[in-house]
Design a protein around this ligand. Sequence first.
Ligand SMILES: Nc1nc2c(ncn2[C@@H]2O[C@H](COP(=O)(O)OP(=O)(O)OP(=O)(O)O)[C@@H](O)[C@H]2O)c(=O)[nH]1
Ligand SMILES: [Mg+2]
Length: 363
Amino acid sequence: MARRAIDGQRVVGAPAQRGIVVAVDLDDERRPIEPELVEFEALIEAAGASVVDRIVQRRPAVDAATLVGSGKAREIADRAAELDANVIFVLNDLRPRQRKNLEKIVPIAIVDRTMLILDVFARHARSREGKLQVELAQLRYRQSNLIGAGADLSRLGGGVGTRGPGETKLEVDRRRIQQRITLLTRQLDDVKRQRETRRSSPRHEPLAALVGYTNVGKSSLLNALARSDVFVADQPFATLDPTMRRVYLGPGRYARVVDTVGFITDLPKDLVATFRATLEELAQADLLVNVIDASNPDWPRQRVAVNDLLHELDLDAKSRLTVFNKADAVAGEVPREPGSLAVSAKTGAGLDVLRAELLARLP
Ligand SMILES: Nc1nc2c(ncn2[C@@H]2O[C@H](COP(=O)(O)OP(=O)(O)OP(=O)(O)O)[C@@H](O)[C@H]2O)c(=O)[nH]1
Ligand SMILES: [Mg+2]
């Protein structure tokens, strides 16, 4: 059976992963679980796995030892055997101790939300820098959470990864992981230096950066504005590498518009750390165009996540323009706020107003 080395390639043609979604619902009315589950399942799909069941346990707090209650854990194990599932996807944060205990009761791979997001990133990374960044984030996360290679999504499938690795295997893994981290860090430094050299070339046209939650239509908007053909897909994290296009605003006036990686609630810390260099390019922008998916009833929650991340990236002081996209798909009224615009990247509605606004707001 072909296996994926720590630094190796994805196994081609590996059998599909059949997953059970597991979540603890803390019944917090400020944080309803349903939208989070919907988003979680979209991530699972983007990672190429399928959901065969969903088990949600409602309780006032997570179990300190096993996350779900131990009775529930046994129920999950039975269900997994019955449905021939080879992975459980856990929505809540999982401490190393909880993971270890849970592994003993449910003897299949356990993948948490962070690992899932990292896996989707790994699948979608195209540039050398993107690939290095994702692998580094994966290894760091694995290292700090004592996760063995048995839980590697891309290795799952018939017979593989049905159990966590033994202690000795883990020791070997750990040493190799550390060596690999050192190497990746060095390579990334090189890439960064090269980019800085490129950046120092003269730029005279103003720069607007599209920011927003994942899947809101940032790339579509760039395409509509620049008449370009950047990759667009109805799934989270279709874009990872920043893409810049020149956009015509009016006679003799152009702007550079950059499309970047989308945000998500609780974006894994290891990812923010490794992607900081990419995101730092936002600091170069004259204007942040905050794109919102007006057709998604969950947009207010998404907006909070975006604001939190912009704050974390020290971008609070940047000039911002709020754009409600997918206006064509809104049932009822498009949300309006002072200074905001409603557009549709799909139909082109509102793009003239957006161009005019960019012209007025950019230096
Ligand atoms: N109805 C409608 N759909 C849209 C519109 N803009 C984008 N979409 C769809 O929304 C989905 C996501 O679009 P993308 O442009 O890939 O979104 P993104 O923000 O770049 O997403 P990531 O790069 O994955 O973060 C695609 O299926 C698009 O076709 C719009 O104005 N109206
Ligand atoms: Mg995109």
